[in-house]
Design a protein around this ligand. Sequence first.
Ligand code: 5GP
Length: 196
Amino acid sequence: MPQPKEPGLLIVISGPSGVGKDTILRRLFQLAPELKYSVSYTTRPPRPGEVDGQSYTFVTEDEFKRLIETKEFLEWAQVYDQYYGTSRKRVEDALARGEDIILKIDVQGAAFVKKRKPDALFIFITPPSTDELLQRLTGRNTESPAALERRQREALVELGLAKDYEHVVCNRDVEESAREILAMIAAEHERRRQRA
Ligand code: 5GP
């Protein structure tokens, strides 16, 4: 008889802007292509190279508000004056299929998910130092000076919230960080198997 499939694991990854979340995730998906990524909705305009439906689903503010009303979101938040939200259906469908799915969301969104899905795995990524974070944000050069200053200020506030996460990964090295996250996921699966 086929065994009933274990439900998938919901993995929430947060960390300040510029900490290297996207680079780590790219490596993580190379190492573990079976992991799924929850593509969020956003009202932010696409950056060069971002593909609609892959990086984000890009929508207008009106569309986003309609999605709030139709209860499409597991969580949503306003970050840097733009709206970002996680599709409840995309997440629930993946979990029901037994797939592990990763959400890359800000700390407000993560706090919401914690209330609705307390058994998710919450991981916060920190930089090796605050100086390095500020430098990385400046070097990225994708924002106007005012937006950059704001991202820097908010990144520092966000960094202070690492203490609310049970798992913290310090991004000294992309390869090491990706492998650390993989080990955390494997350990969580093991914990669940033992509890079952
Ligand atoms: P960016 O504009 O640099 O892609 O993302 C800005 C911030 O929004 C990042 O901290 C990112 O994790 C967060 N973010 C992206 N998608 C979502 C989402 O669906 N929900 C929430 N709450 N935050 C998100």
